[in-house]
Design a protein around this ligand. Structure first.
Ligand SMILES: Cc1cc2nc3c(=O)[nH]c(=O)nc-3n(C[C@H](O)[C@H](O)[C@H](O)COP(=O)(O)OP(=O)(O)OC[C@H]3O[C@@H](n4cnc5c(N)ncnc54)[C@H](O)[C@@H]3O)c2cc1C
Length: 442
């Protein structure tokens, strides 16, 4: 006989609304209930109940994840962080914010901005995704080229363990070398080790005004080589984004941007508005094969140039159902990775458009699932070829989205059996009953 779970909502519409994330191709199971604890004490109560009843718990932020990490398993309880929304503290002297897990990235940044500060992680989902979700996936974004992914911007965590105990890790100092680094172990753990209830976020000064450059190239190979040259040049780019020909064509059709078929790839870069750096960027791009270069120091114009990159995903969604992939390779191998994606597209008869955070070698091949009974199978076969290429080139199957449920079968071939064994051991220490997001990651 199951004990009642305080605050549980079981209305089928509510339960369905909390059952899945933004990933495609995998179905979600039906949860038994959704709970939205309002504080740490209530989170502890949920976890104690789940441990006693041996019921799986899926922690959910905003559900914008793309790797199936927030797909419900049948009969689980979804623990939503939608009521854990307090910014407990924002200290401009220590440049630290202590925020609850359900605070939306944009809301934290809005508050930090008032002090001339920012929290650097800027996934394109920043307007809706949560700080807890960003931490749990080690989210990246455009400007993590300069400031690092979420991992580099977290000083400490408050988490509730599977058995209901509270664990505080790290703290509010920038430097710390005391014992094992549990904060960094928990970052990117995708709800499998603990419930993140609060984050000690490292804040940084807002960047100075930026110069934005958009350069067109005859081919992806040229654009990727130019990206490597920019990284070598000392420009210290804040962001450096590559858009391949297939994406440019889709954005042309979506936004009427008018690049045309002769454009083989586009690079968008931003650097600090300092004469030496801005001039250097323009020169490097032209020297390395750029056909046209548009440069602006105007903020609104810069946003427009960057919109070409931001339009990629909606432009591709108009074409069909999209499997968003997330692979990363050493920067110098990016052109080979994109070529491998083009080959996979031809081999399996589907469209793959690729956008990439070119400065850190992180590419997002966007696979359009072909219509027909074997469409998903062909998409997975093409994805498999792209993953194999990334690993062969010294890279990874996930730069920033995580393993979730979609990429589990590729984790083993990337990290090897010994690493998996150690990771399973860690999971067992944190969650011996295997109730936290069972079946995700490992
Ligand atoms: C349009 C779009 C653009 C995107 N752009 C980017 C991008 O540029 N870069 C990028 O890295 N990602 C991007 N993403 C993916 C996604 O937004 C990120 O992975 C984000 O960090 C997920 O946050 P969330 O609050 O939605 O988490 P959810 O999707 O709810 O959860 C993600 C994972 O974290 C776990 N989790 C969530 N909160 C907690 C918590 N408090 N404690 C423990 N576990 C938790 C969940 O169990 C799940 O495994 C994008 C997604 C979309 C839809």
């Amino acid at each position: 006989m199951t004990a009642p779970l305080p605050g549980a909502r079981t209305d089928p519409d509510v339960v369905r609304a909390f059952a899945r994330d933004e990933s495609s191709l995998l179905d979600a199971g039906t949860p038994r209930a959704v709970v939205s604890p309002a504080n740490v004490a209530e989170v502890r109560e949920v976890m104690r109940w789940a441990s006693a009843e041996r019921v799986p718990v899926l922690v959910r932020g905003a559900g914008t994840g793309l790797s199936g990490g927030a797909l419900a398993v049948a009969g689980c309880v979804v623990l939503s962080t939608d009521r854990l929304t307090a910014v407990r503290e924002l200290d401009p002297n220590d440049r630290v914010a202590v925020v609850e897990a359900g605070v939306v990235n944009a809301a934290l940044n809005e508050q930090a901005r008032a002090f001339g500060l920012m929290w650097a992680p800027d996934p394109s989902s920043w307007a809706t995704s949560t700080v807890g979700g960003n931490v749990s996936t080690n989210a990246g974004g455009l400007r993590c080229l300069r400031y690092g992914a979420t991992r580099a911007n977290v000083l400490g965590l408050e988490v509730v363990l599977a058995d209901g105990r509270v664990l505080n890790t790290g703290g509010r100092t920038v430097k710390r070398s005391a014992g094992y680094d549990l904060t960094q172990l928990l970052v990117g753990s995708e709800g499998t080790l603990a419930v993140v209830t609060a984050v000690v976020a490292k804040l940084l000064p807002l960047p100075p005004p930026q110069v934005t450059a958009l350069a067109t190239f005859g081919s992806t190979v040229d654009a990727a080589a130019a990206a490597t040259a920019v990284m070598r040049s000392g420009c210290t780019a804040t962001l450096l984004e590559l858009i391949d020909a297939a994406t440019v064509a889709a954005v042309d059709a979506f936004r009427g941007t008018g690049f045309g078929e002769s454009v083989g790839a586009v690079l968008v870069a931003q650097v600090d508005d300092v004469a030496a750096t801005a001039g250097l960027l323009d020169g490097v791009l032209r020297e390395h094969g750029a056909v046209d270069v548009m440069t602006t120091a105007d903020e609104a114009e810069g946003r427009e140039l960057l919109d070409v990159r931001r339009a990629a995903y909606p432009a591709m969604q108009r074409i069909g159902r999209v499997l968003v992939e997330d692979v990363a390779v050493p920067v110098s191998r990016l052109a080979e990775l994109i070529a491998a994606a083009e080959t996979a597209a031809a081999d399996h008869g589907l469209l793959i458009a690729t956008v990439a955070h070119a400065g850190d070698g992180n590419a997002h091949p966007l696979l359009v699932v072909p219509p027909g009974a074997d469409g998903e199978q062909r998409a997975w076969a093409a994805a498999d070829a792209v993953f194999a290429a990334a690993q062969r080139l010294g890279g990874t199957v996930s730069g920033e989205h995580g393993i979730g449920r979609l990429k589990k079968r590729w984790l083993a071939q990337e990290v090897g059996e010994t690493s998996l064994d150690v990771q399973r051991g860690l999971k067992n220490v944190f969650d011996p009953l295997n109730i936290l997001n069972p079946g995700a990651v490992l």
